[in-house]
Design a protein around this ligand. Sequence first.
Ligand code: NAD
Length: 254
Amino acid sequence: MNALTGTAALVTGGGSGIGLACALALAGDGCAVTIAGRSAERLEKAAAGTELRTVACDVASEADVAAAVAVAAEPTGRLDIVVTAAGTPGLGAITDITLADWNAVMAVNLTGTFLCIKHAAPRMTEGGSIVAISSIAGSHTHRLMSSYAVSKSAVDALVRNAADELGAQSIRVNAVRPGLVPTEMTELVLDMTGIVNDYLAQMPLGRLGTVEDVAAAVRYLAGPESSWVTGQCIGVDGGHSLRRGPDLTAPPPG
Ligand code: NAD
């Protein structure tokens, strides 16, 4: 009998990176986990050889999210845990961002998180835990990433408001704010040595994170160990948030 035996979870963005690591951490403790993402094929690949269940879902679509939540609740008839890891980056000077790009970032990062909370909470009939993957960009300025940073700040505000509203139903809502972690999303940044060095210079612990570093914090917030914690946005960032946000305008090496 593991700590999460008998529980069911939905993890969006669960086909890769941080979301997949979170799904595996929850499943490893006995939770029946459904991973959601846009591509059924990618999800199947990620779930191969594991007990993870899959459902194709674009988190910007309310119908998709409602259906995914229903699928995730199938194993137990209710939902206990939701991790909203689906996310998209946004790069560009604020004067250059098109309205379409701005809206696309908000649709996935902010509206996607809202839709998951809206549809999951009614299925958390015995209480539950919702963990949003925010970012250090939610609390610290990131020049050239304003759409992303604003979307994550709004996620933090959503988390606090949802926690306040849903606490009466024993539903906890928290966020994790990762610092820089190598994943598909950060490949572009990781290719730029000057920028990576600038990130590292702001981290007292002096190393990049791993998806497992983030998943461990999510696992804590998802499970009974954090039963008196709600409305919090926790930095998992090597201490980066003690200093300033990264300088994405740092010159390339050489
Ligand atoms: P990733 O690219 O591996 O994961 C993002 C996932 O979201 C992918 O599986 C992608 O398919 C999915 N996704 C994108 N749009 C979607 C949509 N409309 N519907 C459903 N799924 C969608 O990158 P990651 O770094 O693992 O990102 C996971 C989360 O962590 C994101 O919210 C990201 O903003 C956040 N984050 C990452 C870092 C980092 O350094 N890697 C730092 C802070 C926050």
